[in-house]
Each structure stands twice: as C-alpha cells, then as structure tokens.
Write a protein that binds this ligand. Structure first.
Ligand SMILES: Nc1ncnc2c1ncn2[C@@H]1O[C@H](COP(=O)(O)OP(=O)(O)OP(=O)(O)O)[C@@H](O)[C@H]1O
Ligand SMILES: [Zn+2]
Length: 566
C-alpha cells in the first residue's frame, strides 16, 4: 500500500508529450502516446514515431526513471512560501511545481508583498530542505557575481541569450554556482524543447551514461530534440568513463556540461577537454555573497536591522501572534566574509543561526527570561559565527586548495620564511587537514631540501610523523618541525646527484654495463673459476688509500654530483 503511494508520488515526464505523470502510469501512457501520435496528448507537438522501444524502466538502483527524463525536477512545495500579506503567498503550484511566487526575490512583481515572518512559521519553512537548495536561482538575473564570465557582453552570456549552448566544463571552488549555472541553462533551454539530463559522477555508472546517450540519439533522430547532459563532479569519472561520451559530444548527440572543483587539465580527458570550453568560476566576492544573503533573508521574511537601529517593536506588517525575526546587518556582512566565497556554506550558516535562535526563542516562551522577548527574535553576528562550520569555510581538503596550500608550505620552508611556513601549516591544520599528510611531506622535505646540510632534519621529521600517531592535537609538534626546517640550512646535493644517476640510467642506450667482475661476490667454485671477485682489493688490508674502480668501465670518472665526468 505504502509502496503504491510512494510510486504515485514520483512523477516522470513523458518524452513525447512532455506531460508529467505518476511513474506507475508512464509505461501505459507512453505506449498510447507513441501509438496514437503525440496529437493524442494535450501538449503534443511531435510527429508519430514508429518505434515502441522507448519504454521507461527503472534504472537498476535508482528509485525511479526520473534519472533520464526529469528536468531538474522540483520537489513538492519546492519553493519557499512566505507568511504575510503577499499575493498568492504560499500557494503551491500544481504537480509539485514551484509555488506561485510572492517575493520579488522569488520571481514575482516587485512590491507585491512585504513579507515578515514569525519565528514559528520560519522554523517550519526552514525545516527539511536546505535553504541553499530552496533558493537556487532559476534565472541569470538572480545569479550573483561571476561577471568575468557571465557579465554583459561576455561570450557565454550572448550564447545563453541566443539559446546556443556549447559544451562546457565549469571549473570552480565549492558553492560558487556551478550546479546553479547548469540549472539556469536548463531552465533557459526548456523553452526550445531541449532536454536536460543531470547525472552525478559520484553515483552514476557507465551504464547510466550509456542509457542517456541512447535516449539522446532516439530523441535527436525521432523528434529532432537536443539533449544537454549535465555531469556533476565530472572529475570523478575515470578517463575511460569519460571516453564513453566523447564521440557523442563530438558528433553533437549531446551537449555536455561538466562541473568540477578540480583542475580539468589533470582530471579531464584531453580529447574531451578540447571539445569543451572551460569556464572558470571564481570564489564569490563578498559583495555577491551579501546580495545572495540579502535575497535569502528577504525571501524568508526576516528583517534586517541597520547599524544603529534597535530591535524594539514588532515587525511591521506581521499578522502573526508569534515573535518576528530580525537579523543584524553586521551579521550578514560578517557571514559574507567568513564563508569564503562559498554560497552554500553561507546560506547554511544563515539557516543554522536563524534556526538555532528560533528554537531558543520558542523554549524561552515556555520558560521566560532566556534571551527572547515578545518583541521578537534577534540574530546577531555571534550567532552567525556559531552557525558556520569553520572547517568547511577555510579549506577544502579534497580539492585544489589542499595541493595549493601544501605547495605553499613546501616553498615557504625552502625559502626559509618561518612566518609564511607557519601560516600555511596553520591554514591546513585549522581547516581540518590530516596531520599525517603534512607530516609525510615534512619527511620528504627533510631529505629533498635539507639533506646533508643537516642530517638530523630527517630524524625530526620521522619523529614528528610518529608523534602525530600518539597525540590527538599534533599541531605544535608539526609547527616545531616546520620552523626547524624553515631555519635549517638547505642542501639539494644528494637529491640532485641521485636525479643525475636516474637520468643517466634512463638515457643509457643498449644493454646496461655489466657489474665489473672484481666487484662481484664469488660464493661458489664455478663463480670463482669465471673470475668473479678476482683482483678485488679488500680496503682494510691496505694502509694507503686503495686505487680501484667501482663504477662500470664506461662510466669511469663520472661525477654525478657535478653531473659530468671529472
Ligand atoms: N552565483 C550565485 N548566485 C546566487 N546563488 C548562488 C550562486 N552560487 C551559488 N549559489 C547558491 O549556493 C547554492 C550552492 O551552489 P551550487 O550548488 O551551484 O554550487 P557548486 O559550485 O555546484 O558547488 P559544488 O562544487 O560544491 O557542488 C545554490 O543552491 C544557490 O542557492
Ligand atoms: Zn505523452
């Protein structure tokens, strides 16, 4: 019974007539739709195809066939509704589409409402879906920042406006709007019937990609419909998985939009890369972040208190008996700074701070005298700071930042700058980097950069590495080692010489020279007979330094430390 209900609630889009139907009915519908021609469907506009092969089926593990057909399917009541005097406030649209908009921020005519929100209803609005998802912009107008690639008169913008979507790889740090931009492109291209199929490389199998490609080929052949394939975290696909769709991008069956936080020159197949434009998105600026946060608080009906405003009376326009919610302007700018250009963490931080305050406010209504007055609930800068997860903000452990920071640390120590060395170390550790990762790098540094100038450095590094296993917070231990290394004399003598030997071996033409006979050990009679060990001078037997060759004959006189023959 529950199963049936669950199935009823999943809706998929008919690829022929574009109507949304409960998943349980789609196959029957599709048969009819294909047989009778799209004309039998209300929204039909496509010629009658001859094939019946396009039945929808569940992907092996997926919950429903929406994988292939949905266009960024919005959840039920997907948008935010706002309590207040607004026209159409909180009216959900039919079929789980977004609700009738109320605030200008959510797409309605400006001035159609002055939303204010009580603590109680705000808590309800915020529960469930993350605020960042609810507020994902649908149009370029609400997409903040990134003007370097999307501003007026940029190539991408004119392409978007002309509905000509090239294959692109969106490269940028977390939460800077890659998925959002793809979402906007999808929205934009719905108008000319283009299909949009999102996949995440973290969960999709090669089969899933194959299915999408097959479907895209059918759509193109039968209905002349284009397909945009969005692959989130495309760097997670290995090169051979990337190869799967290369030919189809090439021949235009699908337009690819890939999103990645990793440098695509390392992570994306070079053939694929040359078929796509790489669009570099940046961390969002503080101004862009402020605009995003402003839009969020407005849409929630939270009121912003300026620098010298006091939070005294109830919010104007509130029709609720509940306390209204205010936020300090300063709290918003601090949040905009601290979230380090990551809109998701900024919006999450805002949500957490407000949620925590509202919950506390509710409690204090039951037991008065705990920080909330009947005048309303105030969210301050401190609340916002608490709401932020520090580690997420400073540092991205898996992405580029991880490599950038360790490289900066290595170079600062090499340059004997103890201040910078400490700074980069702290930036990694405070951001949640694995101390052992840093410690391993220190071991490398000790031998590659300090070497015999201070052989004790290696001992220090190994000791620091061991120490990290023993104590929970090894930051001072690593700091000591890092400063020692920054101050230590440096020598790359051994490092360089060894590399010269490697190069010599690599460049050697023909078979490698045999080990000189006199240097060979001769444990058996036969070996002795063959001349092994013959003429070897055992050094301790000689008072004077021994003249004897230790390198193969052809390398006689070679000095790897100088990189040439003596
Ligand atoms: N430029 C922007 N303008 C307005 N809102 C944005 C912008 N960028 C991100 N956001 C908000 O932040 C949320 C997260 O952004 P998004 O999912 O696009 O990030 P992303 O770059 O794809 O990050 P990740 O690599 O972590 O997936 C969105 O739901 C949206 O609400
Ligand atoms: Zn149909």
């Amino acid at each position: 019974m529950e199963e049936v209900e669950a199935q009823e609630s999943l809706r998929v889009r008919c690829p022929v007539c574009l109507r949304e139907l409960p998943e349980s009915r789609i196959n029957n519908h599709l048969d009819r739709c294909l047989q009778q021609g799209a004309g039998s469907c209300e929204a039909g506009e496509y010629p009658q195809p001859s094939s019946k092969k396009m039945r929808l089926s569940r992907p092996p593990n997926g919950p429903a066939a929406t994988l292939v057909f949905s266009l960024f399917h919005k959840g039920r009541g997907g948008g935010l509704s706002v309590v207040g005097r607004g026209r159409g406030a909180g009216t959900p649209g039919k079929d789980g589409e977004s609700p009738g908009p109320c605030c200008p921020e959510l797409g309605a005519a400006p001035g159609s409402c002055v939303p204010t929100l009580s603590g109680e209803s705000l808590a309800q609005k915020l529960e469930g879906k993350p605020l960042a998802d609810k507020l994902r912009p649908d149009t370029l107008r609400d997409f903040m920042g990134q003007t370097q690639v999307l501003g007026e008169q940029t190539l991408l913008r004119s392409l978007l406006e002309a509905h000509e979507i090239p294959s692109v790889i969106l490269w940028g740090p977390p939460g800077c709007g890659k998925t959002t931009l793809a979402h906007i492109i999808a929205n934009n291209s719905k108008k000319n019937g283009t299909r949009f199929v999102p996949l995440s490389a973290t969960s999709a199998k090669t089969n899933d990609v194959g299915d999408v490609i097959k479907q895209a080929q059918n759509e193109k052949r039968l209905f002349k419909r284009k397909t945009i394939l969005f692959i989130d975290e495309i760097h997670r696909f290995n090169k051979s998985q990337q190869d799967t769709f290369l030919p189809h991008v090439e021949c235009g069956t699908v337009t690819l939009i890939g999103a990645t936080t990793e440098n695509p020159s390392f992570q994306v197949n070079s053939a694929l890369l040359s078929r796509c434009r790489v669009i570099v998105l940046e961390k969002l600026s503080v101004e862009a972040m402020e605009a995003i946060l402003m839009r969020a608080v407005k849409s929630l009906g939270v009121q912003v208190l300026g620098q010298d405003e006091q939070h005294t009376g109830s919010a104007n326009g509130s029709e609720s008996s509940e306390a209204p919610v205010f936020i300090e302007k300063k709290a918003l700018s601090t949040l905009a700074y601290l979230c380090d250009g990551d809109a998701r963490s900024g919006l999450n931080g805002l949500q957490l701070a407000i949620q925590a305050r509202v919950t506390a406010g509710r409690a204090s209504h039951q037991s008065p005298g705990q920080g909330c007055s009947s005048n309303g609930i105030l969210v301050t800068e401190d609340h916002v700071k608490e709401g932020l997860q520090r580690s997420h903000i400073l540092y991205d452990r898996a992405g580029e930042e991880h490599y950038n920071c360790i490289s900066a640390l290595h170079k600062s120590m090499r340059g004997s700058d103890e201040n910078a060395s400490l700074y980069w170390l702290a930036r990694m550790l405070e951001g949640g980097e694995d101390p052992l990762y840093v410690a391993r790098r220190l071991v490398r540094f000790a031998s590659e950069d300090i070497g015999l100038a201070d052989p004790l450095a290696l001992t220090q590094a190994v000791a620091a590495y061991q120490g990290c296993h023993f104590i929970g917070m090894p930051e001072f231990l690593l700091a000591q080692c890092v400063v020692y290394f920054a101050r230590a004399p440096k020598s790359i003598e051994v490092y360089g010489a060894y590399n010269n030997v490697k190069a010599c071996l690599r460049n050697h033409q023909g078979p490698l020279p045999p080990v000189p006979l006199h240097l060979r050990n001769a444990p058996t009679r036969l070996m002795k007979d063959l001349g092994y060990g013959k003429g070897y001078k055992y050094n301790p037997m000689y008072k004077e330094p021994v003249e004897q060759a230790y390198l193969p004959k052809e390398l006689e006189g070679m000095d790897f430390f100088k990189g040439r023959r003596m």
